[in-house]
Design a protein around this ligand. Structure first.
Ligand SMILES: Cc1cc2nc3c(=O)[nH]c(=O)nc-3n(C[C@H](O)[C@H](O)[C@H](O)COP(=O)(O)OP(=O)(O)OC[C@H]3O[C@@H](n4cnc5c(N)ncnc54)[C@H](O)[C@@H]3O)c2cc1C
Length: 413
């Protein structure tokens, strides 16, 4: 590619939104160039290798119940290992495991009786999940929007249930311990939980972007190249100009705001500690902390996907909301020792991944019908839909269809 080059569509950003758009456009025989400032595709979905372990850049699960993930056609190539549906709520004085009623109906009943959930609240939650499971996206987002906490209050749930069960359950996914996030979005999230069991690819989360790339044969990727300016039919990078019939900005909300003078709604951050231990028992259960609100979730990734650790070892991910540094390393290692019954000396830190810009804040009201275009430039990114893999993929698909439509009517440069 020379200092000035031409193609049909130039895409800024090789995150899931940009890659999904590139996949669709390439299937329609369009020549696509994706320009990415990082040294890898995938954006916020990234993994790396450390001494025989495959570590994700932040603990992240992929839900095969996301309809747009199914629509990409790459689900089978992910070799996704689902977690079994056992949630262990861990407190300093007690521990109880909630079993997924779809797999273990009897065990689920017993676990409810032992847990902190009152029968009336359990019935309300079951009804909410059933509604979410069987309702369309349109119906689930038609309710007046409010905070997620208010949504659960309006269902009649006690504050104790919200604090002891709902917050530990949702805070690791929403990265929001206060439950300020849009209630409409939480209803959509519950739908995806009710439809699929989240998991992790045997090759790490990176397998998702890699599979999208493998299914988009006519696309050129220019890595390590930051876009400085965009406009109708061109982008300017440090290496020159790329001219195109259409321009798509699929950068995250902050970078898109800089390139297009848009709004930035702020971010939710997360830190994950990755520990090496001898292989632990029951590591495949997702452990949720009910006492101290700092630890959102813990999972032995190697119990779910053994390929991700050397034989006989565990790879324990401890995810905590917010940005943290080495000062918490020892406390987290002690927690792992305590929760998994491993001597402190056998718990070794492999990596700590802090992601300051993990999820764009989604305060109510959620509107899924936003435009895929700002002036003469098309836009995609999770911040335009929902802060999730599903949201990023949908936004990429919507932008790709808008671009195709425009190219057919030739109203872009
Ligand atoms: C730690 C963590 C855990 C998560 N957990 C889950 C989960 O369990 N389930 C779930 O559904 N979702 C989860 N998510 C959210 C999900 O990963 C994101 O919503 C999704 O990946 C966002 O994709 P995107 O394409 O919109 O944005 P991004 O991935 O941010 O992609 C934007 C790309 O644009 C590039 N870029 C920006 N500016 C420029 C420029 N000027 N020039 C060139 N390139 C540029 C960036 O480098 C980046 O590659 C998690 C995210 C994180 C970080």
């Amino acid at each position: 590619m020379t200092a000035s080059s031409r193609c049909d569509v130039v895409i800024v950003g090789a995150g899931l939104a940009g890659l999904r758009a590139a996949q669709i456009l390439s299937h329609h025989d369009l020549e696509v160039v994706v320009v990415e400032r990082a040294d890898h595709v995938g954006g916020r979905v990234h993994s790396f290798d450390v001494d025989g372990f495959i570590v994700d850049e932040g603990f992240q699960l992929i839900n095969p119940g996301y309809p747009e993930l199914v629509a990409t056609g790459v689900l089978a190539s992910l070799d996704l290992r689902s977690i079994p549906g056992l949630l262990t709520f861990v407190g300093s004085r007690e521990e109880w495991t909630f079993a997924d009623p779809r797999r273990w109906p009897l065990r689920a009943l017993t676990s409810l009786r032992r847990g902190r959930l009152a029968t009336t609240d359990a019935a309300r939650l079951a009804r909410l999940l059933a509604t979410a499971r069987w309702s369309s996206t349109t119906r689930l987002t038609r309710v007046p929007d409010r905070s997620t906490r208010q949504g659960f209050r309006d269902l009649g749930l006690r504050e104790g249930t919200i604090d002891d069960v709902i917050v530990p359950f949702l805070q690791g996914t929403l990265l929001d311990s206060e439950l300020e996030t849009s209630w409409r979005y939480t209803r959509l999230l519950l739908k995806s939980f009710a439809k699929g069991r989240p998991g992790t690819p045997s090759n790490g989360a990176r397998q998702l972007p890699l599979s999208l790339v493998a299914d988009a044969p006519r696309v050129t990727y220019r890595l390590n190249e930051a876009v400085r300016e965009v406009g109708a039919g061109f982008v300017r990078t440090d290496h020159g100009e790329i001219r195109a019939r259409a321009t798509l900005v699929a950068a995250d909300q902050s970078e898109a705001a800089k390139l297009l003078s848009g709004r930035d709604h702020g971010w939710r951050a997360t830190t994950t500690w990755w520990f090496d231990t001898p292989r632990v028992a029951s590591g495949e259960r997702l452990r949720l902390d009910v006492d101290r609100r700092v630890v959102a979730s813990m999972l032995d990734v190697a119990s779910v996907a053994p390929e991700r650790a050397p034989r006989g070892r565990s790879l324990i991910a401890v995810a905590v909301n917010g940005e943290h540094d080495a000062r918490l390393d020892d406390e987290m290692a002690q927690d792992v020792g305590r929760f998994y019954d491993v001597a402190r000396g056998d718990v070794t830190l492999i990596a700590r991944t802090t992601v300051a810009r993990a999820l764009p804040k989604l305060m109510p009201p959620l509107d899924l019908r936003g435009p895929s275009r700002r002036g003469s430039v098309f836009v995609a990114g999770d911040y335009l839909q929902t802060p999730s893999i599903q949201g990023a993929l949908v936004s990429g698909r919507r932008a790709a269809h808008a671009i195709r439509k425009s190219l057919v009517t030739a109203d872009v440069v």
